[in-house]
Design a protein around this ligand. Structure first.
Ligand code: FE2
Length: 377
């Protein structure tokens, strides 16, 4: 790993032409939005906050919105087969359609991006109800993924105009301490990583934050390359992975096969207390990638003194990594879908701004054991 830039480049570069205030929400297209929302409520402890469907006058789709901390997910299903959302699910299975960013001015964001070559998915549009108005616009990124710009200063409702608020607190949700989206990772095809890195730089004003080459992310069998891009104020970090050649099939290639193209591979959610969070999630039935016992032998000497108990980390399967600035703790779920595609990371940063370079080999070997069990290695 190479730390390219530790601070916002705005002091040394031209002004940020696409200021993002953070991640507003992620929209998933799924086969059964009602049950998907139930899973994230019961397993991840998210609260149901809003709904839109036939009962609210939306005839062709149903959407359920859940939230924990600043993390907001929307699950949407088509109500009939002859529908763009049904086609998306047929092709990809359940997956992330839209990564939406919070902005002060959706039209300015869309104009800035499209002027630099982004393909428009939705021109700026204003939606209103009795709670106020929201202006949105969208552009296309890799695969069928989009980025929306959401401008909501003049809105007081639960989510977006047209959605009905759900009563809170949600009796099903037991909070797991998840706070915000730390980073968003996309898988793209062979040789396409730099194209999308250039896109985030030239079209969206991001800068290269760190990169990993195939010598660093490699096991006996397979390999990948990855670059981390951050936006001007550093609130949004996206990683772009591509497969690299190895003796066997790269895990990125397995994803691309099952997702039928590029898409969002994992979402990292930050917590201030990973021990508590993972205890709670395990209690709720969330499945994590197994960490071999051997990983914990010598971890103390690799990572040095930390505030957490090494025994607790080993019991829960949590990984640790240290760099010049501090350390981080992380753990990865198994895919949350039957297709081996989307999974989640839980991360707690204690000074480190890295992504767990020291864990990559151990982690990938664990992922490859599961890939082999599926007959895909
Ligand atoms: Fe990650």
């Amino acid at each position: 790993m190479q730390l390219i830039s530790s601070t916002s480049p705005s002091a040394t570069m031209t002004e940020d032409f696409l200021p993002l205030n953070g991640t507003d929400h992620l929209e998933f297209r799924v086969g059964n939005a009602k049950q998907a929302a139930f899973f994230y409520r019961a397993a991840f402890g998210m609260e149901l906050i809003a709904y839109r469907g036939p009962e609210t006058g939306c005839r062709d789709r149903a959407s359920w919105v859940v939230r924990q901390g600043k993390i907001c997910f929307v699950f949407t299903s088509a109500l009939g087969g002859d529908h763009e959302i049904a086609d998306h699910v047929l092709r990809h299975g359940d997956g992330v359609r839209d990564v939406a960013f919070l902005v002060d001015d959706a039209e300015a964001a869309w104009l800035a991006a499209t002027a630099r070559g982004a393909h428009s998915v939705q021109a700026p549009q204003t939606f209103r109800d009795e709670e106020g108005e929201v202006r949105t616009a969208s552009i296309a990124v890799y695969g069928d993924v989009t980025h929306s710009f959401i401008e909501r200063q003049r809105y007081t409702g639960a989510f977006l105009p047209g959605f009905r608020a759900c009563p809170l607190p949600d009796p099903l949700a037991r909070n797991a301490g998840l706070r915000y989206i730390d980073h968003i990772v996309g898988n793209v095809g062979w040789g396409d990583m730099n194209h999308w890195v250039d896109f985030y730089r030239d079209v969206m004003g991001f800068h290269l934050y760190q990169h990993f080459d195939d010598k660093q992310i490699t096991t006996e069998y397979s390999s990948l390359m990855s670059k981390v891009m951050a936006n001007g104020n550093g609130r949004v970090k996206v990683l772009v992975n591509e497969p690299a050649r190895g003796r066997r099939k790269s895990q990125i290639e397995e994803y691309l096969d099952y997702y039928a193209g590029p898409g969002v591979q994992h979402l990292a959610m930050a917590t201030d207390d990973i021990i508590q969070t993972v205890n709670t999630l395990r209690d709720h039935g969330v499945e994590f990638i197994g960490t071999p016992a051997a990983y914990y032998e010598g971890l103390r000497s690799r990572v040095g003194p930390i505030e957490e108990s090494f025994d607790e980390l080993a019991r829960l399967g949590i990984l640790a990594d240290r760099d010049d600035e501090g350390y981080l703790l992380q753990i990865f779920t198994r895919p949350v879908t039957d297709r081996p595609t989307l999974f989640f990371e839980i991360i707690q940063r204690k000074g480190s701004r890295g992504f767990g370079k020291g864990n990559i080999k151990a982690l990938f070997e664990a992922i490859e054991r599961e890939q082999a069990a599926r007959g895909n290695l």
